[in-house]
Design a protein. Structure first.
Length: 399
């Protein structure tokens, strides 16, 4: 793993110096000036069959026969509906998917979301993707999350301008920070809708760095002081500084009164996450989603006790302990699956099962095994499982 991290770090460092964001051959305003990018009314034919909701700060391209979302920033946040991606052509031997999308006027979009939420007891799931994504890839993940969890409510994906490129981590990180205001404004408006009774947030990787500060902002500016409808926050392989989370963020986001109002955070972390090993090498300090022991003396103490050398974020300290559990870490190291180990929540049979019940509000799962840390659990392994079994449980679409 160390060898991989050093190699990947070198690639990222060199790539960050040599990879630039190309503007393109057409002025960006021309890409987005078409009425389909800025509709004044919702046409039923445009959104018919487009079940999923999207909010995006990506620059749209409405010049062709199909609306596309580029990897560039845009001057405004747009609201849309989209369908499950489908493969449209083969380019250089690889499938090129497309997620059919149609924009709506913002007011119409909110009305549509309200109607969908009211049919499902006011529950909304918000998905925020991570590094190296395109809109079709995040649309595919959104649909998989819907199928895997059978979530009883509308699902919204927030799509920020990630580049979908291995060597563009620095660009993605820059765009993520650029988009903080857009995302927090959207989350604030969503949390303040009277018809929104429960918001479940799922973030992956770099998306955690959008989500947690935004939740903190909504908490700080909320009229009811608790933002209690943001109740269930799930951070899958979060690429954020572990100590920052412990010191500055968890204390406020998981304040005792919010935990008692059912606020909780669940983190999925794996020591076999190669992507977060690279991020640690790049940033110098361990990530929340990887139980790497930065302190070698702490690692030695664990080993001396016969325990694995895995170091996790600690729980928030309270003057008065809340009556509920606000912070849970699921250690997926022993059940990591997939090439990089960075998407266990969608790739590992054991993690998919746990993720599904967590999204739907469960605080316990019989497959969770206790560890020496009261807030950390391992997942029970089920021996070797066939790929088709994993695909069936995790609801993989055709690869």
């Amino acid at each position: 793993m160390i060898r991989f991290a050093i190699l990947a770090f070198s690639i990222l460092t060199l790539g960050g110096c040599g990879v630039a964001v190309e503007y393109g051959d057409i002025p960006h305003l021309q890409l987005s000036e078409n009425d389909r990018c800025n509709p004044s009314q919702t046409l039923a034919d445009d959104v018919d069959g487009k079940y999923y909701f999207a909010v995006t700060s990506r620059l749209p391209n409405c010049l062709g026969s199909e609306v596309l979302l580029t990897n560039h920033r845009t001057d405004r946040v747009r609201f849309a509906r989209f369908s499950a991606p489908s493969t449209i052509k083969i380019v250089k031997g690889q499938k090129q998917p497309m997620a059919p999308i149609a924009f709506q006027p913002e007011a119409d979009w909110w009305d549509s979301l309200r109607d969908a939420a009211n049919l499902r007891k006011g529950r909304v799931l918000l998905y925020v993707h991570g590094y190296r994504e395109t809109f079709p890839s995040t649309a595919k993940d959104t649909v998989q999350i819907a199928n895997l969890t059978q979530f009883d409510g509308p699902i919204v994906q927030y799509s920020w301008p990630s580049q979908g490129n291995l060597l563009s981590y620095a660009v993605d990180e820059t765009n993520m920070y650029w988009d903080e205001r857009n995302f927090r404004n959207f989350l604030t408006k969503l949390a303040r809708q009277e018809w929104v009774k429960e918001i479940v947030i799922v973030s992956h990787s770099l998306g955690a760095r959008l989500v947690i500060p935004a939740v903190e902002y909504v908490d700080r500016t909320s009229t009811n002081s608790d933002s209690s409808n943001i109740s269930n926050i799930i951070l899958a392989s979060p690429d954020m500084d572990r100590e920052d989370f412990e010191r500055d963020i968890a204390e406020e986001v998981l304040a005792a009164r919010r935990v008692n109002n059912d606020r909780r955070i669940t983190v999925y972390a794996s020591l076999n996450d190669k992507a977060l090993a690279v991020s640690r090498a790049l940033h110098g300090y361990p990530r929340l989603g990887s139980p790497f022991c930065f302190n070698p003396f702490e690692a030695n103490e664990l080993i001396a006790k016969g325990l694995p050398a895995r170091c996790f974020a600690t729980k928030t300290k309270y003057e008065t302990q809340p009556s509920k559990t606000g912070f849970t870490i699921i250690d997926t190291t022993d059940v990591t699956s997939g090439g990089s180990g960075h998407s266990d929540y969608l790739r590992s049979l054991a993690v998919c099962r746990d993720f599904a019940v967590t999204v739907n509000g469960a605080r316990e799962n019989s497959d969770r095994l206790p560890t020496h840390d009261a807030h950390v659990f391992k997942l029970q392994t089920h021996g070797k499982v066939a790929k088709d079994q994993v695909a069936a449980v995790c609801k993989w679409a055709d690869e």
